[in-house]
Design a protein around this ligand. Sequence first.
Ligand code: PLP
Length: 508
Amino acid sequence: MDAEEFRRFGKQMVDYVADYLENIRDRKPFPDVSPGYLKELIPDKAPDEAEQWPDVMKDIERVIMPGVTHWHSPQFHAYFPTANSYPAIVADILSDAIGCIGFSWASSPACTELEMVVLDWLAKMLELPDCFLHSSEGHGGGVIQGTASEATLVALLSARTQRLHQILGDKFSHSPDEGIISKMVAYCSAQAHSSVERAALIGAVKVRLLETDEKFSLRGETLQRAIEKDREAGLIPFFLCATLGTTSVCSFDNVLELGTVCEKEGLWMHIDAAYAGSAFICPEFRPLLNGVEHAMSFNFNPHKWLQVNFDCSAMWVKDSRLLSDAFNVDPLYLKHDNQGAIPDFRHWHIPLGRRFRSLKLWFVLRLFGIKGLQECIRKVSITMTGPFLSPIQRLFIYNVNNTITFLLKDVKLAHQFEELVKADQRFEIFGEVVLGLVCFRIKGSNEVNERLLKTINDDRRIHLVPSKVNDTFFLRFAVCASRTESKDVKFAWEVIQELTEKISDEKK
Ligand SMILES: *Cc1c(COP(=O)(O)O)cnc(C)c1O
């Protein structure tokens, strides 16, 4: 393909993408195909002779789209959102064109330097303490990881190395004898994401999933007791992954209490706010992040709710030397003259290669502006005031007086759904609606709720996934696509009501 052809192909693809996204409402969110559907539609070997690009273009609708789950359909309410914006898509074109592998400063200085600047921008938007900024005096700073799972793993492995240094001193080794590593214990709440368990598995350490309180929040006392019990058994507590906005119910661990315990007991506290983190750019939600000053590392995914397409997971650390220490290997071919003067991000994460991902963050921050991004959050999750106020919502109001007028203005999408559920006597809300996730269930057995979920997903007009906490099965309604409007929320609820009647009729 030459440049002239690329211009035509590229422009046609841009048109296709714009049409796809603008008309996505017309597509069913969940595909109607069975495993193996795709291989029936294309040859079983690559073509010997080059084909023409219009033929490839034609196959998108024939081969690909029938098997796509449309995450950006306004009827898609599963998992958590994944961001999708035009500025980020355009930035990715440029990133692909530059096509550098920015593992060190010298491998492409702009790639490292833009990342440092935009992560400082983002840190300031979140009002992170100065110690997390590249521009501060110390050794802190931010880095883009691919996913929150990688951030958790990086934090856990760094904490493990730090603790090995403390225990072994001069005799430090990454793979010590005497089973020290297998005595190390990491903690998280029972509602933490499975990636914490996965990180412990890879790090070959023990992990304890601790019980939460009635709001599904991990409390300081629980951690304190677990640490004491493990120390008595001769084990070595070293790491806590606290979660702000759990995947199952969007609950918030008490990082103020947990942080105090971690500092006292010498544990590394990592905060995983993969989904909820984006909301902290709004002053009314920022109190949820109080206590971050006690964390050694903090992470959230702009690729979930901050308009930056996958993959872009922002991680900040107080002391980047502890990351380099865990991952530093320095072959001659990767050395350069300016080493040490500026971060070489290859020491901050697992892979060597890294894409120029800060471009999409930069485009998005500039083309939305902080106000535009705040609007995207508030469209979903500012609640109404009055007798409906939950304690956590009251906290926002007392903390941020100047937003009261704003809070009074109208009911947002997640709360619109919450009110619809509450108005129907057959249903109950599970947990608390703080951001864009509403957990709900039919009052009754797990079986009837499982049947409802299956009926909804078989029907295909909307798409949801369930969760289970303390043996209670419930449905999760997440406001996902940026094109979701009030009428879509209403539509989803009408579908759910209709199918609830259908299953209760079937039972009779
Ligand atoms: C989505 C989510 C994750 C996993 O995110 P990846 O970036 O896909 O690894 C981890 N933790 C929480 C709380 C999440 O919501």
